[in-house]
Design a protein around this ligand. Structure first.
Ligand code: PDD
Length: 278
């Protein structure tokens, strides 16, 4: 398997992480995951814009231009021959003797890898998936796509152990997002999702739904908090994300959402999303 270290091709089996890389020791870095469909990156510009925002919030210097990063993505696709896949990119603050404060004059470290992903939609996407409500135990800067994912990892594990596809997190009584996806419900034909703020990641898929798909379908989206009681009255629910795309959630904690099958508005949004992939 191949990868890139600061833009140079490497073998992923090589030992490339220095002991004192701050990503390794502190989770001091950021990442992006971008899907490759038919040999091309999907919504790369939006991912790179979010990457730059995450870097700015952590005052890690952005030392690669959009053009360079786009070139690296293309290089990985070309060298691997993977036409349907996902590219992982991470940038850490760099290597420095371990001390909590930011070191000065350190060069950030960029690593990237590519792996195949199924081209055809799986059962969860087609028939709907199970969700599990869990307390949101993450930190207060979930808007930064940082390498610190322990809260997310622990949440997903709870979902896995309960035989569910995704854990849907609840903070202060309100439903925030999945562990690697955003969450929407449909109520009276209107789509609801948690407002953009420090407590959720502004998903690229979420933005595409809000700014392009829903307006074109004539579906109203409101960024409003809702609680568990509201969720119980919802007609439909789904998660959105680079890997999940649009995955209908048809049961939560074992109870059906609406009539327990994939809802019509969810299906329309899902099909419109797939329609954007050329
Ligand atoms: N996760 N919320 C969280 C907490 C996420 O980690 C993700 C993405 C999303 C959806 O964002 P987007 O639509 O830009 O993929 C929402 C990625 C895929 C991951 O961690 O693998």
């Amino acid at each position: 398997p191949i990868g890139l270290l600061n833009g140079r091709l490497i073998d992923l089996n090589d030992n490339i992480v220095p002991m004192e890389d701050r990503g390794h020791q502190f989770g001091d870095g950021v990442y992006e995951v971008t899907r490759v469909y038919n040999g091309r990156c999907f919504a790369l510009k939006m991912h790179v814009d979010r990457l730059y925002r995450s870097l700015r919030e952590l005052t890690i210097p952005a030392v690669y231009t959009y053009e360079e990063l786009a070139e690296f993505h293309e290089l990985l696709i070309k060298e691997s021959g993977i036409m349907e896949g996902a590219i992982y990119l991470q940038i850490t603050r760099g290597v420095s003797p371990r001390a909590h404060g930011f070191p000065e004059n350190v060069v950030p470290c960029l690593t990237m890898s590519i792996r195949p992903a199924a081209a055809a939609p799986d059962k969860n996407k087609l028939e709907g998936a199970k969700g599990l409500l869990i307390p949101d135990e993450r930190w207060l800067r979930c808007d930064i796509k940082s390498l610190n994912l322990l809260g997310n990892v622990m949440g997903k594990q709870k979902a896995n152990e309960a035989g569910c596809f995704e854990a849907i997190q609840v903070r202060d009584g309100f439903v925030t997002e999945g562990t690697s996806s955003n969450f929407f419900v449909i109520k009276d034909g209107v789509a609801w999702t948690y407002p953009r703020c420090n407590l959720i990641l502004t998903g690229v898929t979420r933005t595409l739904i809000m700014e392009k798909i829903a307006p074109e379908l004539g579906v109203l989206v409101v960024e409003k908090k809702f609680d568990e009681a509201f969720l119980k009255t919802a007609e439909e629910a789904f998660v959105s994300g680079t890997n999940s795309e649009i995955t209908p959630i048809i049961t939560i904690n074992g109870k059906p959402v609406g009539n327990g099958s994939v809802g019509p508005i969810t299906r329309k949004i899902q099909e419109a999303y797939w329609g954007m992939i050329d």
